[in-house]
Design a protein around this ligand. Sequence first.
Ligand SMILES: NC(=O)c1ccc[n+]([C@@H]2O[C@H](COP(=O)([O-])OP(=O)(O)OC[C@H]3O[C@@H](n4cnc5c(N)ncnc54)[C@H](OP(=O)(O)O)[C@@H]3O)[C@@H](O)[C@H]2O)c1
Length: 353
Amino acid sequence: MSTKIPVCILGATGTVGQKFVRLLASHPWFEVAAVAASSASAGRRYGDVVRWREQVELPPGIAGLTIRECAPPLPGAVAFSALDAEVAGPIEQAFAAAGAFVVTNTRTHRMEPDVPLLIPEANADHLVLIDRQRTERGWSGAILANPNCSTAALALALAPLHRAFGVEKLFVSTMQAVSGAGYPGVPSLDILGNVVPHIGGEEEKIERESRKILGVLGPAGVEPAAFPVSAHTNRVAVVDGHLETVSVGFRRRVAPEEAMAALREFRGSPCVAELPSSPNPPIELDSRADRPQPRLDLERGGGMAVTVGRVRPCPVLDLRMVLLGHNTIRGAAGQAVQIAELLVADGRLGRRP
Ligand SMILES: NC(=O)c1ccc[n+]([C@@H]2O[C@H](COP(=O)([O-])OP(=O)(O)OC[C@H]3O[C@@H](n4cnc5c(N)ncnc54)[C@H](OP(=O)(O)O)[C@@H]3O)[C@@H](O)[C@H]2O)c1
């Protein structure tokens, strides 16, 4: 009999849901006990419904599962949510009330004061917010949030810099892949040979979420980091991977070599570094003049590493750099799985298999 921890996937048919299926099919601690999606898909065989877009074969064990409605109870101590944000709120709350640890990729609960917004290497200490959440809401489960996909890569790269030098000002301009818009996402006639200089709500999410992630845990919850953020977001004709150009101002002058040393040496806590999904190192530096690039560097650390290049002085703020993160792995399913692994390592999900 399997000793793995059963989990379920809400929104299992979508872009992020499919990435969960792929990552969880061979996970050492978790096994997929149920997949769920909209009423239009429920009751049918997963393999017959899903428009499988991953570049590996659909795992046969999951292809044969019958898609369930997104309502508790479903088998699974963890419910990974890749739901459309328009419908996620009440569904995720119902699962948390019914006792599941909901690890969500949707924007719905991210900024609530009792919901941890986690990047395990950067702010695993924020996990304790779920104790207050469970007490105050009377839930036997809890909701834990993954940041928005562009924020996940950005805040991970900023974490060692903020810790060492104190970020004072931040400017970021993104070039975001089409898979970030889900399936079928941006119409091909809008994006082929084009750049769309607007992604609804994305700039505000980067500005708010990066400050919460890099904030300090206080008696009243997270005190957000104080630096102002100016974000510009663009959709580009790339399939996967968000590239971001960043200028940062610090409390004092910081030489590129100092910043590169902080990025290179950064590790999560020993507990986080040992999780199955944690890349080692979490941040990879590339000194080549034309890197990182989505097509060449996206799979580093199994899609969980953020690659940073072109760290150099900035004549307006202090330093400039380019970073790249995988939007559906570090920015969604991969990091959500890592958060669930953190729950196991923290003793909140029974014994480690
Ligand atoms: N794509 C990314 O890179 C990325 C990164 C970070 C976060 N996110 C967030 O993750 C979530 C999922 O994104 P996605 O890109 O995977 O979207 P998607 O491809 O559009 O998938 C949406 C999923 O939600 C399900 N769904 C839709 N309406 C539903 C309803 N009324 N009840 C139950 N399930 C319903 C769909 O099921 P059916 O197939 O049955 O319609 C599908 O499984 C979104 O909140 C998104 O903002 C996405």
